[in-house]
Design a protein. Structure first.
Length: 239
């Protein structure tokens, strides 16, 4: 498995370059916000959306009607996209949704990888922090997706949050004192850091930075990297 971001080789690309980004999951909790931020940065954004749901896309996002579980419905619409962002997944994951993780999360990743083939230069995937003492089925599917991406040989950035705090997702704030205590205990410190909480703003900043500074090879951003943001992704290098 590849090392974390701090051990990666230098990144390619300039943050000032305009990117052409295709988002699978562009109407979701994270995808809609990411699309808005990328557009505000001057990038071109297309969003995969079910027919009839185009109005849910961020203003300025090019709609691509299709089925995330069938690459034949959208592969020809990638056009000149240089970056593919895979955000499709079961909402509000829980242990009771194990079969859905295979039917949706795994299948959509498989289909996205079929679609990108040699067309896209950089694949961005939101996985999950692991190992962890819970959510084993969810972690198993996300890990399998990571392996498929790496086997494809495409340059990729994998982000591994544990829980993303934001609108409608604030209850884990109650756990922050426990996290602070765990970080002070040597036997628990590494787990507390790896499974730490990140905010939606931190996730979006890490995603935008990853897109604007694409990896050369296989890059992984763990929770501490996501929290550090730009300093973890690295400064752009001359092309």
């Amino acid at each position: 498995m590849a090392a974390s971001a701090s051990m990666q080789t230098p990144l390619t690309g300039k943050s000032s370059n305009t990117r052409s980004v295709f988002i699978a999951g562009a109407t979701g909790y994270m995808g809609s916000r990411l699309a808005s931020q990328l557009l505000a940065h001057g990038h071109q954004v297309a969003g995969l959306v079910r027919s009839g749901s185009e109005a849910r896309l961020a203003a300025g996002c090019r709609p691509v009607s299709g089925d995330a579980l069938d690459s034949s419905t959208f592969r020809e619409q990638l056009h000149d996209a240089d970056t593919f962002v895979q955000l499709v997944g079961v909402a509000h994951p829980s242990p009771s949704k194990a079969s859905q993780f295979c039917d949706v999360d795994l299948k959509s990743c498989e289909e996205s990888l079929k679609a990108v083939s040699s067309k896209v230069r950089h694949f961005v995937y939101v996985s999950v922090a692991h190992p962890a003492p819970m959510m084993h089925a969810y972690i198993d599917v996300r890990t399998r997706c990571e392996e498929m991406i790496q086997q494809l040989g495409i340059s990729a950035t994998i982000l591994r949050p544990w829980y993303v705090l934001g609108p409608g997702h604030y209850w884990p704030y109650l756990l922050k004192p426990a996290y602070a205590l765990a970080r002070q205990i040597p036997s628990l410190r590494d787990g507390a850091r790896r499974l730490g909480l990140v905010t939606i703003d931190q996730m979006l900043a890490a995603l935008v930075a990853s897109i604007e500074r694409p990896a050369s090879g296989f890059r992984i951003l763990e929770v501490p990297d996501i929290v550090r943001g730009l300093s973890a992704v690295g400064a752009p290098s001359a092309e």
